[in-house]
Design a protein around this ligand. Structure first.
Ligand code: SF4
Length: 503
C-alpha cells in the first residue's frame, strides 16, 4: 500500500486548527500496526485502512453516522475529500470497515488515542469521573421477549406435555408394562424436562406405534408432540439461552435489554425500551474508558468497567469519582482493595446531611449501638437484640452479610406510630462492613479534595454525555449487537476526544 496522495489544491482550503486536520495528524501519529495487520493482502479492500479510519472518525465528529451519508459527504464535502485524499469508498465498504475490520481493533485504536492524550499531558489517569447512561438500541420496542413470560409459558407447556404423556401411559399401562411406570418416572409432574428427554420419549412412543400401528390415540399424541409441543419447547429453551441472567431481550437486537431510558417526559408513563447501559469515564472531559452493558443497574457495572480500564492501561486511575448509584459494599471493597481513592457517594449521602435526617432518632442509622452487648437501643429505651445473619450474593458473585436485630417488646409503646409500621416488633438489618466503608467514603467526600472533585463531577462525564446525546444528536445506535454497538460508541468517544483536542 503506497503513501496517501493529498490533492494539493484542497490543502489551502483547510484552516490550521480545523478538526479535520487534528483527526488527520492524530491518526498519522498513532501506532496503527494492529490496523495494518488486518490488511494482509489477498482480496482485501483497495482503500487504505488509515484513510478509512480517518474518514470514519472525522464523520463522527461532524455528526454523520450513517454509512450512506458518509459516502455522500465524500463526494460533496471538501473536508471529507481532503481527509480521504479524494478516495471515495462506497457505503458498503464503509459499513464493512466499521462492522468487520473495526471489531477486531476498536479497543486498540481507542487505547492508542488515550495513550497519545497521556503523552500530550491532557490526561494523567489521576481523577476518573465515571457515570452511566442508557442508550436506545436499533430495535423495535414491540419485540420484547420477557423472562417471566417465557418461564410461565414453559411451565404451562410442561404441564400439557406431562398430561399428554400421562394419558397415553394410563391407556397403555395394562397392555404394556414395560413403558407404563418408566414414563411417569422420567417425565412425572413437577420434574424438570428438557428437549433430550422429550425426544427420547418420542422415540419410545414411535417404537410402540410400530408395534401397534392402529392405535389412533398414540399416533395423534405423537403428532401433537412432534408438530406443536416440541417446536414450542425448543423455542422457549432457545429464548432462555438468549436471556441468560437478563429479564428481557429484543427480537430485532437480541443483545439489547429492555430498560427505562432517561430524558422521558416528566410525569408521563415511562415504558422500557430495548437498549444498552453505557458506562464511561472521563478526565478533563476527555473520554478515558467506556464499556457497554446489558444490565440496567449501575451498581454491578463499575467493577467490570474498571477491570477493562485496568486491562487497557495496565493500572487503575488513582481516584474514582461517582454518584450514589455506585455506592455499594462490593464497589467500595473493590476500590479499597485496589488502593484506589473512593470518592463514590451512596444513596443516602445527600439525605443524611439534612437536619431532618440527622435529628430523626428513629432511623436505623441514628440508633444507639451498645458494642459490648451487640445490641441497639431505641428512643423508648428498649433493646434491639441480635437474631440472625443473612447472606446475599450480588450479580457479580460478591457475598454480603447483614445482621438482623429485633426489638424486645414494641407492644404498648407510645412512640410506635413514629417508629415503625411493622406488625410485630420492629426489626432492623445492618451491614457493619458497609457502614464502615460509607464512613470512609463520607470522610473522603467531605475532605477539601473531595469537595473539589465533587464540584467537578457535573462538568466532567455528565457534560460529555450531554454533548454526545444532545449536541451531536447520538441518542440511538445504528448498528445491532453488543459488539457493533461497542464499535459505534468507541468511534464516538474517539471523535469526541479529537474534537476536544481541536478546540
Ligand atoms: S416501637 Fe419498638 S423500637 Fe420503636 S421506639 Fe417503641 S419500643 Fe422502641
Amino acid at each position: 500500500m503506497g503513501q496517501l496522495q493529498l490533492p494539493t489544491n484542497l490543502e489551502d482550503l483547510i484552516p490550521e486548527n480545523h478538526v479535520v486536520r487534528v483527526v488527520n495528524e492524530t491518526i498519522d501519529n498513532m501506532d496503527l500496526s494492529i490496523l495494518m495487520r488486518q490488511y494482509k493482502g489477498g482480496g482485501a479492500s483497495s482503500f487504505h485502512p488509515q484513510m478509512m479510519l480517518k474518514v470514519l472518525i472525522y464523520a463522527y465528529t461532524q455528526r454523520i453516522y450513517s454509512s450512506r451519508q458518509i459516502a455522500k459527504a465524500l463526494r460533496e464535502n471538501v473536508n471529507f475529500m481532503w481527509i480521504s485524499a479524494n478516495n471515495r469508498p462506497d457505503f458498503r465498504t464503509i459499513n464493512r470497515f466499521r462492522g468487520v475490520v473495526m471489531r477486531e481493533i476498536m479497543e486498540e485504536i481507542f487505547t492508542a488515542v488515550v495513550a497519545l492524550l497521556i503523552e500530550e499531558g491532557y490526561v494523567k489517569l489521576e481523577n476518573y469521573f465515571v457515570d452511566g447512561t442508557k442508550m436506545e438500541a436499533n430495535a423495535n420496542k414491540h419485540t420484547a421477549v420477557w423472562a417471566k413470560s417465557t418461564g410461565r409459558y414453559k411451565d404451562q407447556l410442561q404441564k400439557k406435555i406431562q398430561e399428554l404423556l400421562n394419558d397415553i401411559d394410563r391407556e397403555n399401562e395394562e397392555e404394556n408394562e414395560e413403558y407404563g411406570d418408566r414414563d411417569l418416572e422420567e417425565l412425572g409432574e413437577g420434574r424438570p424436562i428438557d428437549t433430550e428427554k422429550i425426544e427420547k420419549k418420542m422415540q419410545e412412543l414411535n417404537e410402540r406405534l410400530r408395534k401397534e400401528p392402529k392405535d389412533k390415540k398414540l399416533s395423534k399424541a405423537l403428532r401433537k408432540l412432534e408438530r406443536d409441543y416440541l417446536p414450542r419447547w425448543k423455542k422457549y429453551e432457545e429464548q432462555e439461552k438468549k436471556l441468560g441472567d437478563r429479564n428481557s431481550y429484543s427480537k430485532t437486537d437480541e443483545d439489547a435489554t429492555f430498560m427505562r431510558m432517561k430524558g422521558e417526559p416528566p410525569g408521563g408513563k415511562v415504558w422500557p425500551k430495548p437498549g444498552y447501559n453505557i458506562q464511561m469515564g472521563t478526565e478533563n472531559q476527555f473520554v478515558v474508558g467506556y464499556s457497554v452493558h446489558q444490565r440496567p443497574g449501575d451498581f454491578g457495572c463499575l467493577i467490570p468497567h474498571l477491570e477493562r480500564v485496568k486491562r487497557w492501561f495496565g493500572k487503575l486511575p488513582e481516584k474514582v469519582i461517582a454518584d450514589g448509584g455506585y455506592g455499594s459494599e462490593e464497589n467500595y471493597d473493590y476500590l479499597e482493595s485496589a488502593k484506589v481513592g473512593p470518592y463514590v457517594k451512596y444513596n443516602s449521602f445527600h439525605l443524611e446531611q439534612t437536619r431532618k435526617y440527622r435529628q430523626n432518632p428513629f432511623l436505623a442509622d441514628n440508633l444507639v449501638y451498645d458494642e459490648q452487648k451487640d445490641e441497639f437501643i431505641c428512643p423508648a429505651g428498649k433493646r434491639l437484640i441480635y437474631q440472625e445473619t443473612s447472606q446475599q450474593r450480588t450479580e457479580n458473585g460478591y457475598l454480603t452479610e447483614k445482621r438482623h436485630y429485633e426489638c424486645e417488646d414494641c407492644n404498648s409503646c407510645v412512640l410506635r406510630e413514629q417508629c415503625t409500621r411493622a406488625v410485630g416488633n420492629r426489626r432492623i438489618q445492618i451491614s457493619f462492613r458497609l457502614k464502615e466503608m460509607k464512613k470512609r467514603a463520607r470522610d473522603n467526600l467531605h475532605s477539601e479534595e473531595g469537595q473539589r472533585l465533587r464540584s467537578r463531577r457535573g462538568v466532567e462525564v455528565e457534560s460529555v454525555f450531554g454533548r454526545l446525546k444532545w449536541n451531536w444528536g447520538f441518542r440511538r445506535f445504528l448498528l445491532r449487537g453488543k459488539q457493533k454497538v461497542e464499535i459505534e460508541w468507541g468511534l464516538l468517544c474517539i471523535a469526541h476526544n479529537m474534537a476536544k483536542m481541536a478546540a
